[in-house]
Ligand binder design. Structure first.
Ligand SMILES: NC(=O)c1ccc[n+]([C@@H]2O[C@H](COP(=O)([O-])OP(=O)(O)OC[C@H]3O[C@@H](n4cnc5c(N)ncnc54)[C@H](O)[C@@H]3O)[C@@H](O)[C@H]2O)c1
Length: 369
């Protein structure tokens, strides 16, 4: 069996390991048998990921005569919908499941979020394992138990907190991922460094290029560090009643950009988050709570890596009033007031509730020209 690294998400009886290694799919049956005994395994993936990895996963289980089924869903953000959730639930129920059925979510954040939600609903909760195959899912969405689909009222508005039985990250999957998606995942890695660990940012400053060109050692280090930071935060605040909200740095602006573009392929989640982080830091500087040099550190780093961080790079034009409308769809709204995670410095996040919309409109008018 391949050598693996393990990080634990410590949540009492809901604790689970994040198992990280290379070429783990051929050992999947063995890894999973150590986590429990199951009556049936259902692997669920999307149309892109399935063609690369389901065969390997299937072979491991059928060799051991395990009852095994597969479901392949369309790829893309629009899959996180009520319509697809219903189809998925009915399909799984048609497979004669029981409480010992194990669901495997094999894919990016879309599959992880949707299938995690389905697992939490079926028979009032089925065991599921996250097998993230995109960089974004490996460092972020697969860890922490947030599941969701989107609504016409906004992103991730219908969901549950439901922790997986384990997260299994097999790093070679990144080789088939488009470069654009690797960059998108890097947004969340960079986010962790900015909200939590200056020294991680300095490390990324040195090694970021290697991470996005998939140097194995650097990728492993970046993924491990990101998972460690996320599990530390989730351990303290599983249900986002406090510190977990710092993970939303760049996301309030970012989600508004995604929502404005109707979650189209024009700009993806990670790409919106780069712009969102820059806007959040610009807003921090504008409000006088952060020094300009912190913002410059971020933009210099993005420029060095050739990562776009302006709406104009995507030919997106939003007026301040439209931006505000989409900012208001965010689920972190409190007493009708928008809440932002801003920074005082690298590693020093602060939460900011917008009391006076005119400040934001003025800022957006300046930034969106
Ligand atoms: N639950 C959470 O805590 C959390 C956190 C962050 C983001 N999210 C959600 O995650 C989603 C974004 O995740 P994502 O960027 O992984 O999107 P995604 O699942 O759509 O994956 C991006 C694209 O890459 C493809 N892909 C994935 N792995 C691949 C591989 N190994 N080889 C080839 N192609 C592959 C997918 O088919 C898709 O086309 C959003 O819906 C976002 O809201 C959730």
């Amino acid at each position: 069996m391949q050598k693996t690294d393990k990080i634990f998400v410590k949540l009492g009886e809901r604790s689970y390991p994040i198992i990280i290694g290379k070429d783990l799919f051929k050992d999947l049956q063995e890894i999973i048998s150590k986590l429990g005994s199951f009556s049936r395994i259902i692997a669920i993936s999307d149309s892109n990921v399935s063609k690369y990895y389901l065969k390997k996963i299937r072979e491991g289980f059928t060799k051991h005569n395990t009852k095994y089924n597969e479901i392949v869903l369309p790829s893309g953000e629009k899959t996180k919908s009520f319509a697809i959730l219903e189809v998925l639930l009915e399909k799984i129920l048609g497979m004669k499941i029981d409480r010992k059925t194990l669901i495997l979510c094999v894919g990016g954040g879309v599959i992880g979020d949707l299938v995690g939600l389905a697992s939490s609903l079926l028979l009032r909760g089925l065991n599921f394992i996250q097998i993230p195959t995109s960089l974004l899912a490996q460092v972020d969405s697969s860890v922490g138990g947030k599941t969701a689909i989107n609504s016409k009222h906004g992103k991730n508005l219908i969901g549950t907190f439901f922790q997986p039985l384990a997260v299994i990250i097999s790093l070679e999957t990144l080789k088939t991922l488009e470069k654009r998606q690797i960059i998108a995942g890097y947004a969340e890695i960079l986010k962790y460094s900015f909200i939590m660990e200056k020294k991680f940012f300095f490390w990324l400053h040195k090694n970021g290029k290697k991470v996005i060109s998939l140097d194995y050692k650097c990728c492993l280090e970046a993924i491990k560090n990101s998972c460690k930071i996320k599990s530390r935060i989730v351990k303290i605040d599983e249900k986002e009643k406090g510190i977990r909200e710092i993970l939303n740095f760049g996301h309030t602006f970012g989600h508004a950009i995604e929502s404005f573009n109707n979650y189209s392929k024009k700009i993806n989640h990670g790409e919106s988050i780069f712009i969102g982080m820059v806007l959040a830091l610009k807003f921090s500087v504008y409000l006088g709570i952060c020094k300009l040099e912190v913002l410059q550190k971020l933009t210099n780093h993005l420029e060095e890596l050739n990562i776009p961080y302006k709406l104009a790079n995507y030919k997106i034009k939003i007026t301040a009033s439209k931006f505000l409308k989409h900012l208001k769809y965010d689920k972190k709204i409190k007493d009708k007031k928008i809440k932002f995670i801003l920074l005082k410095d690298i590693g020093k996040p602060t939460s900011y509730v917008l009391e006076n919309q005119r400040i934001l409109i003025k800022f957006l008018n300046k930034e969106l020209v």
